[in-house]
Design a protein around this ligand. Structure first.
Ligand SMILES: Cc1cc2nc3c(=O)[nH]c(=O)nc-3n(C[C@H](O)[C@H](O)[C@H](O)COP(=O)(O)O)c2cc1C
Length: 172
């Protein structure tokens, strides 16, 4: 089974989650893990499963203005936030906008603050909707993985992400 995992990450949490998802799949699948920027070179139709995730920004997927705000926050004096190498390049929104309609199966995830989703929003919901609109069938409910107020992944979220990945490819 060939799986493509596409992620966007400003501060590394969504990358950690994507890596954990990929680890969870490894026993049953061959996984290609790429950033949303690099994913443009991929032929999505060549994969048995496509998993797409990004951080929740302003209740949904990031956009250039929110990525810019994220960079500004990280470069404030006293900030502990470390930017990913391609933090300000294209994100999942742009990747999905360039994707041609296709068939196949997919799943969506996000990272977001650890609070009620009514308050935080969930990028994964929008990602899932876009994937469906492009013709893909979602094989799981969009899933969120949580960070705390300091933008640190909550304990056990990486393990939960691995389990989610394992389940996506039919593992226990
Ligand atoms: C500009 C900006 C807007 C954000 N808006 C939201 C939001 O609406 N809801 C939420 O739960 N988290 C929000 N966050 C927190 C992000 O979801 C969090 O930084 C992200 O999950 C961390 O993932 P990353 O380390 O991969 O960038 C926002 C963060 C930034 C920088």
């Amino acid at each position: 089974m060939q799986v493509l995992v596409v992620y966007e990450s400003m501060y590394g949490n969504t990358r950690h989650v994507a890596e954990a998802i990929a680890r969870g799949m490894e026993e049953r699948a061959s996984v290609t893990l790429v950033t949303a920027t690099d994913a443009r070179e991929q032929d999505v139709s060549a994969y048995d499963l496509v998993v797409v995730g990004g951080p929740t920004h302003v209740h949904g997927m990031s956009r250039p203005s929110t990525r810019h705000s994220a960079v500004e926050a990280a470069t404030q004096p006293g900030s502990d936030l470390e930017l990913e190498p391609d933090a300000e390049s294209d994100g999942v929104r742009e990747f999905l906008a360039h994707l041609r309609p296709t068939t196949g199966v997919a799943a969506a995830f996000d990272t977001r603050l650890d609070a009620s989703p009514v308050l935080t929003g969930r990028a994964s919901k929008t990602i899932g909707k876009k994937l469906r609109k492009l013709g893909l069938t979602l094989i799981a409910e969009p899933e969120s993985f949580l960070v705390d107020k300091q933008t640190v992944l909550e304990p056990r979220e990486a393990e939960r992400a691995s389990q989610w990945g394992r389940a996506l490819v039919g593992g226990q």
